[in-house]
Design a binder for this molecule. Structure first.
Ligand SMILES: C[S@@+](CC[C@H](N)C(=O)[O-])C[C@H]1O[C@@H](n2cnc3c(N)ncnc32)[C@H](O)[C@@H]1O
Length: 301
């Protein structure tokens, strides 16, 4: 989500509803299949001795409301993947997102099959800190950065910093990092030329309404305010979010209004790969789906 969005419980639910709607309209369940297959591979090669009896660790950075981990648990249980040895860790900088992720965990029965689940409020750029994951260096088996969240790291040096921490957290040899980049925010050349400006993926600037499932008579209305702009490699998409309360007399009252500017970086593939190498990561493979490209990386050496 935007770095200018406010930290509100309404915003967290709105994002959750929006992500779910996108999953339906964009067939973005593609990502669930990719992550399930990655988890299966890790579970199949899990040897308690190599892990010193520890859990197999799945870390989801920029977890939002925990969508990816909840999907993993549900699909894992459906496919009889044993999850009692698995630990899920979700990190997001917004407390409201983590709060909602906890609720999503409680609403998702399959999450009770997972050996351990931790939700942490924290910065992707400070993963290796005493408050966050200092104790998990070389212990993460599957590291996920889903839904193109890497495009939210827009400032110089941030990508390298994030990738270097990912490299340090991965389990040597077997640990894998699935770095997703949205295809409309990815250029394969060294000019800023996104691969496919896919109209369906610019959902943020369409007018849409989402009735709340948590708060009575509340509807979230997303309104376009101007077209997205691209300056250099930065794409800015302004929009307005209204939290609307319907009164008994069938009147609507706007009780919260946010002007949000989604600021995202368009990455060039050569730049991403160079930065990964510099950070101590080795390229394993690329997976392409309709809307995302996944770079699968491991610790170098
Ligand atoms: C596009 S959402 C993706 C959510 C989730 N991964 C999914 O696929 O449903 C991006 C999330 O990244 C979080 N985020 C953005 N920048 C961050 C940062 N520097 N550190 C931690 N979280 C961040 C936002 O709060 C938001 O919840």
């Amino acid at each position: 989500m935007s770095d200018k969005s406010k930290n509100s419980a309404y915003l967290a639910e709105y994002y959750d509803l929006q992500a779910k709607a996108d999953v339906k309209t964009l067939n973005a369940q593609d990502d669930a299949k990719i992550y399930l297959s990655a988890l299966k591979k890790q579970v199949e090669s899990y040897y308690p001795l190599d892990h010193h009896g520890e859990h197999l660790v799945v870390l989801d950075v920029c977890t939002g409301t925990g969508r990816v981990l909840a999907n993993l648990a549900t699909d894992g249980v459906r496919d009889n993947i044993p999850l009692s040895n698995v630990e899920f860790i979700g990190v997001d900088k917004e407390p409201s997102m983590i709060h909602r992720a906890l609720a999503v965990q409680q609403e998702t029965p399959s999450m009770s099959h997972v050996g351990r689940i931790d939700w942490l409020v924290g910065e992707a750029l400070h993963l290796i800190s005493a408050e966050l994951l200092e104790t998990h260096i070389n212990q993460v088996d599957l590291l996920l950065s889903a839904a193109g969240s890497v495009s939210l790291l827009t400032r110089p040096g941030e990508l390298l910093r994030f990738l270097a921490q990912a490299a340090a957290l991965l389990r040597p040899r077997s640990g894998r990092f699935y770095l997703s980049v949205r295809r409309d925010l990815l250029s394969t050349q060294s000019t800023t030329d996104p691969m496919s400006e896919n109209a369906t993926y610019t959902g943020l600037c369409e007018r849409r309404e989402f009735p709340s499932g948590l708060y009575e008579n509340i509807v979230y209305r997303q309104l376009p305010i101007g077209s997205p702009t691209v300056e250099g490699s930065i794409k800015k998409t302004p929009y307005q979010l209204q939290v609307i309360k319907w009164t008994k007399a069938d009147h609507e009252e706007v009780i919260e209004e946010s002007h949000i500017e989604s600021v995202q970086k368009i990455w060039e593939e050569p730049e991403l790969l160079k930065c990964s190498k510099e950070a101590g990561l080795e390229f394993v493979e690329t997976i392409h789906t309709l809307h995302e490209t996944y770079y699968v990386l491991k610790q170098a050496g």
